[in-house]
Structures are given as structure tokens and as C-alpha cells.
Design a protein around this ligand. Structure first.
Ligand SMILES: [Cu+2]
Length: 348
């Protein structure tokens, strides 16, 4: 169990800080966001309503799970699954599943300028063919979003309807943003949906997190377009999983390689890199001797010196790096993908 947790931690910590979708979209708008190729995105939205004291503070939960796969060429397929939906009342369907495809026709997340996407979808609870045309405009720390949504059978009732949401995200720092949106169906009108969010990038991880208040329940095109008459609180957590990182599960260990100093260099100290740590915080050697770092993790590490000493290229799983120190001194170093991995070599 502990090893499984460590492996998961390694996978998560090693993924690059791309696709920070909550920094570029509002709680009730998908924006034009598409996962990177080969990335499975798992997002979890949890909203809840707390009844007033007359209702004994009963908590009602409205979770929505998103699974989406980036196919490359700015294409994605995905599903939203809400386990407590209010979208279809007659006959009541508490489980709401929406499948969708998205094509980002132009633009890219995080780049200034316009991005446009089209997302055909199907809502199985409502038996409705749905769709969205979304437009983002990013300039520096601000992203403005708007969308047009259409449904052939909104709320499972035999009426085609359209909704028009809009919103904005302001990135206060590289790690914190504020977002808000509002959207409504056009005639016959129903309660408009709104949301506000406080969004965070979790440092050193590929995850984003937002604290939200909204009156919308499920995170589908229909659920995000209609307000529930009450205030919900909640959060969203985003988890990108890079499929490439699971390859060690299906392939045998890569062949050992040694980088750095030529064969025959006298190695005076060995440092293992396992579970995202350099084993042996400080080693002491003499000038002219070498240190060997061996990577026992399923992800790449580097030995990058804080001073001017040239360091290693990425060291693959099962790889090793040998570095000879010719001058006495103290050489602190770290791993570039995992800056919390640190060590020191003292050369006498
Ligand atoms: Cu590392």
C-alpha cells in the first residue's frame, strides 16, 4: 500500500505544470479547455447544500466526475457523470451522464488571444443532443469566456432550448485566481445559473483546486445552465494523468545506462534516488573522486548543482550518473523536476 502511494505521488509530482485548467476557466464554464495528447484528465466537482436549522442542517451533495482524454490535434473526448442530478424531474433521473467531444478550433490554453472550441454532447438522462460553442479571450492575467449552448430536449422535456453563459478569470499571481460566471436560458426563462470561485495551483504538483459557491448542481451543459433556488458551496480538484507514466507497469525495467564521467572513474560514494529522495543528504569525498547517483524511481531525475558546476542530463529510470569533483568545496544540488529533492557533496 505504501509503495502504491509512493508510486502515485511520483506520478503526480513528475507531471509537468501544464493544463492548469482552473486557472483559465470558471466553475460553470468548460472554457475551450482540451487535455494534452495522451493525458487522461480526472476532475472532481463536489457541491453541497446545507439545509437551514429547521431541516436539521441536512447536507445534500451534488458530485460530478469528469473523465476526459486528450487525443492530440486539439481534440478530446470525455464524460461528465453526476450522481445527484436535478436536471430531469419527470420521470426523475438522479444519475446524469453526458458524453462529449471537443475540438479546439483555434488558440491554446494560457496563450494570449482568442481560443474557440465546439463541443457536441449527448445527455443520457434527458435523451438530449446538446452542444456548446465556446470562446475565450486571454490577455495577460485576465481570461474572458462566453458560450452558446443548445439542447434538443432540455430537462428531458420535448423542447429545444438555448443558454448563454459568460464569465471571467483574473489570475492574481501564477498560483491564485478568482473567477465568476453567470448564464441563463432564453425564453421561456428559468432561474439563471451563477458561480464564483477562488482557484489555486498546488505548488510542485500538476493539480489545481478551487473553492466555489454556486447555485448550479451538476457540471453538465444542462446542469451548468440552470440555477437551483439555493446556495451551494463546494470545490473542484483536477488530476491530469499522463498515460506514458504508466508504461513501467506494462514493460520490463529499462536497460541500465550510465551518464557522466567515463567508465573507470573511481567512485567513492553511492547515492540512490528512490521515492523522490536522494538517499544520503550529505556525502564527503576527496578531490579527484567521483559520486554515482542511481535512479530507482519510475520517473526521471536530475542532479543539478546550485552553483556553477555542470550537472546531469535527465537520468532515466534504472539509469546512473557519475560525476567527478576535481576541486575542494561544498556542492549543494537538487533535482530539476522535483526541486524538493536536495543533497550536498563535500569535497575535501
Ligand atoms: Cu527528481
Amino acid at each position: 500500500m505504501k509503495h502504491a502511494l509512493l508510486a502515485l505521488l511520483a506520478l503526480a509530482a513528475a507531471a509537468p505544470l501544464g493544463a492548469q485548467s482552473l486557472m483559465y476557466r470558471t466553475p460553470n464554464l468548460s472554457g475551450t479547455w482540451v487535455p494534452d495528447p495522451g493525458v487522461v484528465q480526472f476532475n472532481f466537482v463536489h457541491r453541497f447544500y446545507v439545509a437551514p436549522s429547521a431541516g436539521s442542517h441536512k447536507v445534500t451533495n451534488f458530485p460530478t466526475f469528469t473523465f476526459a482524454l486528450g487525443l492530440g490535434h486539439d481534440l478530446a473526448i470525455g464524460t461528465h457523470y453526476g450522481t445527484n442530478s436535478l436536471v430531469v424531474q419527470t420521470p426523475y433521473r438522479p444519475n446524469e451522464t453526458e458524453v462529449y467531444a471537443r475540438w479546439r478550433v483555434m488558440g491554446a490554453e494560457g496563450k494570449d488571444g482568442f481560443a474557440v472550441s465546439v463541443s457536441p454532447a449527448y445527455n443520457f438522462a434527458a435523451h438530449s443532443a446538446d452542444g456548446e460553442l465556446a470562446v475565450d479571450y486571454t490577455i495577460g492575467r485576465l481570461t474572458l469566456s462566453g458560450a452558446a449552448r443548445g439542447m434538443t430536449k432540455a430537462f428531458g422535456i420535448d423542447t429545444a432550448r438555448a443558454a448563454f453563459p459568460g464569465g471571467a478569470v483574473a489570475r492574481l499571481t501564477d498560483y491564485i485566481a478568482m473567477s465568476a460566471d453567470v448564464g441563463s436560458f432564453v425564453s421561456p426563462t428559468v432561474r439563471a445559473a451563477w458561480s464564483v470561485g477562488l482557484d489555486f495551483v498546488i505548488p510542485g504538483s500538476p493539480h489545481t483546486f478551487s473553492l466555489q459557491a454556486s447555485n448550479a448542481t451538476t457540471s453538465t451543459l444542462q446542469g451548468n445552465s440552470i440555477g437551483f433556488g439555493k446556495m451551494l458551496y463546494g470545490f473542484e480538484f483536477t488530476i491530469p494523468l499522463h498515460l506514458k507514466r504508466f508504461s513501467p507497469w506494462f514493460h520490463k525495467s529499462p536497460p541500465p545506462v550510465t551518464l557522466g564521467a567515463p567508465a573507470g572513474t573511481a567512485v567513492a560514494a553511492e547515492i540512490a534516488m528512490t521515492a523522490l529522495k536522494f538517499r544520503g543528504d550529505t556525502v564527503t569525498i576527496s578531490a579527484g573522486q567521483a559520486v554515482r547517483w542511481t535512479n530507482g524511481d519510475p520517473v526521471e531525475h536530475t542532479v543539478t548543482f546550485d552553483g556553477g558546476e555542470p550537472g546531469s542530463p535527465p537520468i532515466p529510470p534504472n539509469g546512473a550518473y557519475v560525476h567527478r569533483f576535481d576541486r575542494p568545496g561544498t556542492y549543494p544540488y537538487h533535482c530539476t523536476p522535483h526541486p524538493f529533492m536536495k543533497g550536498v557533496v563535500v569535497v575535501k
